[in-house]
Write a protein that binds this ligand. Structure first.
Ligand code: SF4
Length: 424
């Protein structure tokens, strides 16, 4: 077993990681994920930790060889980096300016995935609404969404993350008019207070954010809108916090990732005066979570009795074994636990329709009989893979699934002495 540490903070703390954790084999930056196999091999061969940070992007992450968790869903990178300068974020300092991938390359990857049986893709970028800025096409993102609509076999298109500053109405129209684009929007709010947004250097204001929400709902009344919120940013007052709660109620979020602000060394916000005491941050955070849950429960309760389409996931729910249910995601992105019936013919990757019988803040349950079940190519791939693995396990000398085994020692872990040196 080898250990590699990568990403923005690995890039920032490069020397520190190798010094304090001598058992780490490789430290790599955000721009050289493609070099990881070579770095691991070199670490093994030289018995020496490898630290490699590249200043510019070598290869788009999603063009690298992959082993996917799901045969039905995949991420596709459309851009890397970000031209914004949010004061709490380490990305601008480490990941660099936005680099856009050419539309033809993105579409070639999406088509190849659909040909393999993938039903759902999520287009990925730090700020997808700025996509095209590098090659001078203001409407490149909405065009990309519409083009994905014509790809055979592709049933669901999602994207993350949009930025309210750059969000334009052509994207709303493309979402509403392209049948395979899901009516789901994850749009980070961060704060509902204009002074806090200004201090965060988020160059939109609460009114603009709510205006986008209104236009999205006008075009797609069934839209599920989720968000990110930071509570306790430096200088945040109780009044600022109340403004955030007001937007949570007005936007009727279907879900929110909520964060307590904590200092990220190297970011402008870490050096700001008026840091909010931890107990105040914690107390506001609990009130925020309660408010979000009240809203999301109301939104989910409104779905009781409605029919929902679920793309079945492998092992989607912690309690599925005990309850006899299976799990998956609705087109809205909501997690749905459903009764699959006794015949057990539903496979991960298949698509079912079922009626919602119970609503909770973070999931829906559907315990009635299935209204439809469609076997898909993603389900076929899942079944073929499972059968191949079972066959391999039955073969003499087959390797059972589970923890990787180190054949020399018989344990799952290497006992090779770790170097305390590094090679940069
Ligand atoms: S838009 Fe997102 S990635 Fe870019 S600086 Fe702001 S928080 Fe960071």
């Amino acid at each position: 077993m080898q250990v590699a540490v990568g990403g923005c903070l690995a890039q920032k703390d490069r020397g520190e990681i190798a010094r304090r954790a001598p058992w780490v084999d490789v430290v790599f930056g955000t721009n050289n994920l493609g070099a990881l196999p070579a770095l691991l091999e070199r670490a093994r061969h030289n018995d020496l930790a490898q630290v490699e940070i590249r200043e510019s992007l070598e290869v788009f992450p999603s063009t690298l060889p992959v082993r996917r968790d799901s045969h039905a869903s995949a991420w596709v990178s459309i851009s890397v980096g970000c031209n914004n300068t949010c004061t709490f974020c380490i990305v601008p300092a480490l990941r660099g300016r936005e680099t856009d991938r050419r539309p033809a390359d993105v579409l070639a990857e999406v088509r190849a995935l659909a040909d393999e049986g993938v039903l759902e893709i999520t287009l990925l970028g730090q700020n997808v609404n700025a996509y095209g800025v590098e090659f001078g096409d203001r409407h490149a993102f909405s065009t990309l969404l519409r083009t994905c609509g014509a790809i055979d076999g592709l049933e669901r298109v999602r994207f993350t993350s949009p930025h309210p500053k750059d969000f334009t109405d052509d994207v709303i129209a493309a979402m509403a008019e392209t049948p395979n684009v899901c009516h789901q929007l994850h749009m980070p709010l961060q704060s509902g207070s204009d002074p806090v947004l200004k201090a965060m250097r988020r160059s939109y204001r609460a009114e603009r954010y709510l205006g986008i929400v209104e236009r999205v709902r006008a075009a797609m009344p069934d839209a599920a809108i989720t968000t990110d919120i930071i509570v306790g940013f430096p200088g945040e007052t109780e009044r600022d916090f109340q403004a955030t709660l007001e937007i949570v109620r007005a936007a009727r979020f279907a879900g929110a990732f909520t964060f307590q602000y904590s200092k990220r060394p190297g970011t402008p916000a870490a050096a700001m005066p008026d840091q909010v005491p931890a107990d105040v941050v914690g107390e506001r955070y609990h009130r925020l979570v309660a408010e979000v849950e009240e809203v999301t429960l109301a939104e989910n309760t409104a779905l009781l009795g409605t029919t929902t389409e679920v793309l079945v996931a492998a092992g989607g729910g912690r309690k599925d074994g005990a309850t006899g249910r299976m799990s998956g995601r609705a087109r809205s992105g909501r997690l749905v636990h459903f009764a699959a019936g006794d015949a057990q013919t539903v496979r991960p990757g298949d698509v079912v329709e079922t009626a919602v019988t119970y609503a909770a803040p973070h999931h829906l349950t559907a315990d009635g009989p299935l209204l439809s079940h469609r076997r898909t190519r993603a389900g076929d791939v899942w079944q073929a893979t499972r059968e191949a693995l079972a066959e391999r396990d039955r073969a003499p000398g087959g390797i059972p699934l589970g923890l990787p085994v180190n054949r020399a020692s018989g344990s799952g872990f290497s006992n090779r002495p770790r170097p305390d040196r590094q090679q940069v």
